[in-house]
Design a protein around this ligand. Structure first.
Ligand code: SAH
Length: 504
């Protein structure tokens, strides 16, 4: 059904999108979006949705407002369901009303989904409540975009300066001098607290505080740039007690995640929770084998194994897809005991209804071997479904301990198709502080994509390297680097925690 939905994208933190907006994004045929909308939001869109970027960055409009309005009308007329995603709330200084006026004129059906405006969210993340019984009982949203050369201002500066209202100026960075001068000239106390919040609610949030008299020179001295909000009023002082977001230990730190895309989410989530700006750079591509003949044969003789040992989440996932393709389920494992090399693998098994019999204390092959030896593995038949290429130590040592071992490849890892340019550019801009490695293959593949000599100039002064465990660290040493961060326990949560401690 052709219709245009004007959606508020929220202020930047992708978690601040409304449920209604997400629902519509997931259904839309066409999504027309702006510069300020967080790129992460596009992940809610249908895979086959048509995505149109219409930009809007300072004065450099990729597409003029008239053309955007015409585009919405055209797309709706061609029978499409259109989501028009706009930063913050679409009706707060977003020209959303102009877009809808043209839809109405063209007789096109529409709906509006309000968003969390930056005017409310950015101060909240900066520890500034817009109202407080003691300090302010009203709020005014003001555009700071007015041409300072204009003789007749649209604003009643005297009313703004003398009210006890909290003032929130949008788009005010360029005109900071004239805005603050107007307020003081119109009678505002020079000591009135003021704050600038840049990139509010994102990992790049920065806040600068001062007074209405000194915030403009302070912003100039600090090189403070748009997009930012200027907040003026006594409530700004509450930030000293109510600040929280800016206490996040990794806020503003750029962290490169080199894990395969399918495996990255737990690390990404932990790092983002601590405020990090994550750069996804999957070095490994995981794929199913074209020929699953060998796995199928192993499945056919599953009943003959005493043990089945899984060394990764992918091993579990791909083994089960072969089971399921044969119309089987977890019961096919029958009497075989099950081992998992680490807690994530154990969880993947639990999702399949299997509670592993062995999860070693340390999450490396060496530790699995000693746990299994304790269980008396001699004379047992062991199946290890795993990646096509993997460390030989596990099967070798189990054979030495007297087991009969079948290693069966169930998936393949390869070099991901990646261009290292963006990461190197971000390093050049000083935006990256850590690169994380969660296996030897992430190290090896990273250096196939970004040669060691290109990384050298940044390490260790600007960029530190973090490894999940000793084997990964040793592989890194082979390339002439050492691991600056390495947790005592070889897990993803411990790695994230080690970064937090290092940054702190
Ligand atoms: N409709 C949007 C505002 C669009 S005007 C909303 O409701 O938030 C664009 C201006 O909004 C920017 O110049 C800046 O002043 C402000 N802005 C938007 N997102 C911001 C953010 N994350 N942090 C600080 N200011 C932001």
């Amino acid at each position: 059904m052709s219709k245009v939905y004007l959606l508020g994208a929220g202020p930047g933190d992708p978690g601040l999108l409304t449920l209604r907006a997400r629902e519509i994004l997931a259904a839309a045929d066409t999504v027309v979006y702006d510069y300020l909308a967080s790129p992460g939001l596009l992940e809610h869109c249908r895979r086959d949705a048509e995505l149109i970027y219409v930009g809007k960055k300072g004065g450099d409009h990729t597409m003029g407002q008239q053309d955007i309005n015409a585009l919405l009308v055209d797309k709706a007329r061609s029978g499409r369901c259109v989501a028009r995603l706009k930063g913050g709330d679409p009706y707060v200084f977003g020209r959303g009303a102009e877009e809808v006026e043209d839809l109405v004129a063209a007789g096109i059906d529409f709906e509006v989904v309000p968003g969390v405006t930056s005017a409310v969210a950015a101060p909240a993340y900066a520890g500034i409540p817009l109202t407080h019984r003691r300090y302010s009982s009203s709020v005014t949203f003001i555009t700071g975009h007015e041409d300072p050369g204009k003789t007749e201002s649209a604003h009643n500066w005297a009313a703004l300066a003398q009210s006890a209202s909290t003032l929130v100026f949008f788009m005010g960075v360029k005109n900071l001098d004239s805005i603050t001068a107007n307020l003081v000239q119109a009678g505002m106390e020079e000591t009135t607290p003021a704050a600038l919040v840049r990139w509010g609610t994102t990992c790049r949030q920065q806040t600068l505080t001062g007074t209405v008299a000194d915030i403009a020179p302070a912003a100039r001295a600090a090189g403070f740039k748009a997009p930012a909000l200027l907040i003026v009023g006594q409530v700004v002082g509450l930030r000293d007690t109510l600040s929280w977001f800016e206490h996040k230990p990794l806020l503003g730190r750029g962290v490169v995640v080199t894990r395969a895309r399918e495996q990255a989410s737990s690390l990404l989530q932990l790092l983002q929770e601590h405020g990090a700006c994550c750069y996804q750079f999957p070095t490994i591509a995981i794929s199913a084998l074209e020929d699953t003949g060998e796995v199928q044969e192993a499945v056919d003789r599953l009943g003959s194994y005493d043990w089945c040992i899984f060394t990764s989440v992918n091993g579990v996932r791909h083994f089960w897809s072969v089971l399921e393709a044969k119309g089987l389920d977890s019961r096919a494992l029958g009497r075989a005991k099950v081992g998992a090399i680490g807690p994530a693998t154990a969880r993947a098994l639990q999702d399949k209804g299997i509670n592993p019999d062995v999860v070693p204390e340390k999450y490396v092959a060496e530790s699995v071997i000693s746990s299994l030896k304790e269980k008396g593995i001699a004379g047992n038949r062991v199946l290890i479904p795993r990646a096509e290429k993997a460390r030989e130590i596990l099967p070798r040592e189990l054979i030495r301990a007297g087991a009969e071992v079948d290693v069966v490849p169930v998936y393949r890892t390869g070099l991901a198709e990646q261009n290292g340019e963006d990461i190197l550019q971000a390093m050049n801009n000083g935006e990256i502080q850590y690169v994380t490695f969660t296996s030897s293959s992430t190290v090896e593949n990273f250096f196939r994509l970004i040669p060691p000599e290109q990384l050298h100039p940044f390490v260790p002064d600007q960029v530190k390297l973090a490894c999940i465990g000793p084997i990964t660290a040793r592989t890194l040493e082979g390339y002439g680097f050492s691991a600056h961060v390495q947790p005592a326990e070889y897990t993803v949560p411990a790695l994230a925690q080690a970064l937090v401690e290092d940054a702190g």
